[in-house]
Write a protein that binds this ligand. Sequence first.
Ligand code: GCV
Length: 730
Amino acid sequence: METRQKWFKAVLGLALALPLLASGQPGQPGEDGYDLWLRYRALPAAARAELLAHSRSLVGPTQDSPMLEAAAGEIERGVAQMGGRAPARAQAISSDGALVLATPASLPALASLGLPLAALGPEGYALRSTRLDGHAITLIAANTERGLLYGSFAWLRAVQLGADLAHLDEQSAPKVRWRMLDHWDNLDRTVERGYAGLSIWDWAALPGGPRERYVDYARANASLGINAAVLNNVNTRAEMLTAPWLFKVAALADVLRPYGIRVFVSARFSAPLEIGGLPTADPLDPRVRAWWRAKADEIYRLIPDFGGFLVKANSEGEPGPRDYGRSHMDGANMLADALAPHRGLVIWRAFVYSEKDADDRAKQAYTEFVPGDGKFAANVVVQVKNGPIDFQPREPFHPLFGAMPHTNLGLEFEITKEYLGFSTHLAYLGPLFEEVLRADTHQAPGATVARIVDGAQYGDGRPTLIAGVANIGTDRNWCGSQFDQANWYVFGRLAWDPELSAEAVAREWAARTFGHAPGVVDAIAQIMMGSREAVVDYMTPLGLAHLMGTSHHYGPAPWVAELARPEWNPVYYHRADADGIGFDRGASGSGAVAQYAPYWARRWGDAATTPPELLLWFHHVGWDERPAAFGDGRTVWEELVHRYDAGVAAVVAMRRAWDALAPAIDPRRHAEVASFLAVQEREARWWRDACVAYFQSLNHRALPAGVVAPAATLEQYRAMKFSFAAGRGG
Ligand code: GCV
């Protein structure tokens, strides 16, 4: 609570101070966000001179390699744009100021420079200002070409952030093996939960089409270390696995490969039936197993470094092994067998809940998967959403983390903001990702979600994975809004290093995207850091969840109660009535809390020790109760209304802070963000008003003193229809 008030004051304070701080270095008037954070604008004179002095020549391993060419090409592009001239390519170090790309194989002298090469592994890099052959040089060193690619992007980042180029000493290696974007792109180019235009994959034109856009996509990912992409929606058609489509996938793999990106596809479990001419897709049927083996062989002939399959099985109507009385293990391991000879991976999603299971939806994945611990093949990763329901503005971490120590568990975030205001609401997801990654599962000493997911907890070299549902489309600014670029960015940075701080990443992104005048970065980072909590407050405060409109998830609809499956209805989640509100997941309710380690089961099992942020997730409490955890003596009803108001007030503060940045930001991007913030304020008020009106209609309590009544009647909110709502896809 106190933290939020501090944030609120800080945002307003910075907003007022900004006109004084603005450095008068806005970007070009025509900037539209296409360049993302790879925005290599001309540097001021002194910084330009420093850059050129440290990039007089570019010395690199000389073998003909598309990946090295990608690395060198990026350095040339960046230096030319920021410094005014590209470095000359050279075979050897012949002067001070050389920028040297080196592996131990290309430059044996590396071994004598004391670089931590072993710790860099196959993907890490080191940047080091040093002397070699009598010259002062900058080394970009790695064990592999891929490390050099990441190191080249890291050096450019250092330049953009104004690092002292004469004293570089940085090294980094990714903690997670697979850093993956999952595209929910349909084959007709609509995007499920996409708010940034159509799919960037122009299937009709492939193997031709917008190559430059694909390359720019790949550059952006490589700059973050993202090394894998699933091209199609998990709700997929079997056709994706037919020859004409695979031919197109192969063409994309060719474009993405030099940037270190391996291509995966979502596979429909019933493909043997639908495109294979078999009477069954039973994973234990030898014909089915042979079909998948042959399919894998066919794919690897076309794409030798194909990554593997992502599978959504027996979830939300998708086919799966349970259709044949088989288990998730039977299904996943059958595909794993087919891919194993090619070293391919099966990513099997744990996002399951069934209309045939009356149990609390939050419990069902754990119930179905924990008995399979230790029974999945070595090349299967079970991919688990960050929380037990579905990418809500706030959920506790998923109870599967730490509960399947003998299974490779990957983590799935949703970068696209299906439940956080689509692309028109500014919500920086860094704090959400950080909250999940840092959560201590208490299943074993030190067992945070980050350490479970990055493998540090187990230390046995298992395949590790962090995936994010992409927010990328054909919009000129890629993500539908300027600030949603930050969510792609922070996803990539945290997938590389889950221990990074969301705030540090926000500052880094702001500086690279909008320029690093100190006041500007401070103000933008302040806006970003409070923005997710603002959404939580005006949509689903105090641990509420899933109050969004049916199917499109646009706007408030807490009253919906008539849908066929209980867990499709918001009333299932909030359980509000005349006396109280919240879902009892304790011992007297669904018992979901018992799926967590005893530490959490005890703490969250008791309303008195549950933090306000999760109170209504775990407890049904009376409207007039005054939980000690609120710390302010308010009743549940008063606190709920207060949170809704705080959410709206936070958006007002964000708007003012952004308005004050006008002198420091190029007009086009500034105006675009400002127009979306106006939408966000209107919709935040709508959320607040509709929810307050609805809950008040149940509890018949007066509004707390001084609180403004909703602008319209509940009936008016209930009558609203949104045939324009985006993102449903297919
Ligand atoms: C791709 C939620 C979304 C669906 C999505 C599903 C999933 O239910 O609303 O659009 O489907 O999650 O993750 O499979």
